[in-house]
Design a protein around this ligand. Structure first.
Ligand code: RNT
Ligand code: ZN
Length: 419
């Protein structure tokens, strides 16, 4: 029997089983088409970027591994991203960092960046149906140090304020050109390796810098701010902590970014959704997989990610969340890493959408605790994978593991030849 036939048959049966628990699989398929990930450009080249004057990766983040074939320039990166998206169902956005500008061989310092450096990206995005999101880049620069936007040295702080302001003009230009808001994330690594006795001072400076940066309102971009627990070499203190940015976002009406690697290992990121959404307009996600620390392993269909997406759906908040990915694994095929992580996130969303929520809520309202638990457990083994396979089939991308040999082929023909 041909694979397509299996998929269709399995889907037919799955649709009936889901209908029996009150779930419309056709509706789920339609919703999945509107579920867009924001693919992080930095998975293809280990967060290197295209600055002529590029230095080593800094800012408390690290890629480990030396798998051959990383994208070395803008053309390779674009080709790799297109290759990856050809195995990911649906249409997606691309999340760029400032250091990925098309600088055309020129030294453009961070406080000199302009929308023109991203014109070719806008053009490329239009050609390939990918809308763009954006990030300012405070790391991997001679002025990065331990403190950027919270640096007591006025000239360094001003440099980074200027950089971030300019990044917002880039994001605004992108949003305008694509007629859809560009989501600009702001993460700075600012912190301290050892005990600091000036916790308040740096936070006051960061708050003031942010207020300066956000002084202008733009119509075509939206800001989000990302907290963190700690960075490598900055273990004792993080200026932009979770509390800091929740306070900032809630008081200034800014989106908060939840990077799933930026919390204590047993903390539930899923449980934050319903609280935050009461106080901030929208959320940005950086879906990642922390292994013991913020290791940025490739996203998989694990319990924390399933819980997170389920919570978003249970909050009826699918449209108030932006779904960025954020991992950088340099130890395996990088295009494969894109595909595995993206498909895993999509599987989590498929499962979240297939939850028999109406019945579960009725049980809960009636105090039927056993029934609620039983259905939650049984729902785990309902044939969600048949719906996922069908989504891949109708989207014209490989069903199941069929993308493995294709990525192997691209590796042998293209990426393995890069030295
Ligand atoms: C770092 C943050 C940040 C970066 C990217 C490259 O801990 O997660 O989002 O990963 O901006
Ligand atoms: Zn992140």
């Amino acid at each position: 029997m041909k694979k397509e036939e299996w998929v269709r048959k399995a889907y037919e049966i799955a649709a009936e089983r889901y209908a029996a628990v009150g779930v419309d699989t056709e509706k789920v398929l339609a919703t999945m088409k509107d579920f867009h990930l924001s693919l992080h450009c930095w998975q293809a080249d280990d967060v290197a970027g295209f600055e002529v004057q590029a230095g080593a990766l800094s800012g408390g983040i690290q890629t480990t591994g030396n798998y051959p074939g990383r994208a070395r320039d803008i053309d390779e990166l674009r080709a790799d991203i297109l290759k990856a998206t050809s195995y990911i169902p649906g249409t997606h956005r691309l999340n760029l960092h400032e250091i990925y500008g098309d600088f055309k061989g020129e030294v453009v310092d961070r406080d000199q960046v302009e929308p023109k450096h991203f014109e070719s990206w806008v053009q490329w995005g239009r050609e390939h149906g990918m809308k763009l999101d954006f990030n300012s880049t405070s790391f991997s620069h001679p002025k990065s140090g331990d403190l950027t936007l919270s640096n007591p040295d006025q000239s360094i702080r001003d440099f980074w304020i200027e950089h971030t302001k300019r990044c917002r003009t880039v994001a605004e230009a992108m949003g305008k050109a694509q007629d859809d808001p560009c989501i600009m994330n702001l993460w700075v690594h600012d912190g301290s390796k050892d005990i600091t006795v000036n916790r308040l001072k740096y936070r006051e400076l960061l708050k003031d810098s942010l207020d300066q940066i956000f002084a202008i309102d733009y119509a075509h971009m939206k800001d989000c701010v990302e907290s963190k627990v700690f960075g490598i070499g900055l273990e004792s203190y993080t200026v932009g902590s979770n509390d800091f940015y929740i306070g900032y976002g809630a008081s200034r009406g800014k989106m908060v970014t939840l990077d799933t690697g930026h919390f204590h290992p047993t903390e539930s990121v899923a449980d934050k959704v319903s609280s935050l959404l009461l106080y901030v307009p929208e959320l940005m996600l950086h879906v990642s997989r922390p292994v013991r620390w913020d290791s940025d392993h490739v996203t998989i269909m694990d319990d924390p990610t399933l819980d997170l997406f389920s919570e978003i759906i249970r909050c009826d908040a699918m449209d108030r969340v932006h779904y960025g990915l954020d991992y950088f694994d340099a130890s395996i095929n990088r295009i494969g890493a894109y595909v595995v992580g993206s498909r895993a996130a999509q599987k989590c969303m498929t499962r979240a959408l297939l939850e028999p929520i109406a019945t579960l809520r009725r049980y809960e309202a009636n105090g039927q605790g056993f029934e609620r638990l039983a259905l939650l457990e049984e729902a785990k083994s309902l044939p969600w994978n048949a719906v996922w396979d069908m989504f891949c089939l109708v989207s014209g991308v490989p069903v199941g593991e069929d993308f493995i040999p294709e990525i192997e082929k691209y590796e042998s023909e293209v990426t393995s030849k890069r030295r």
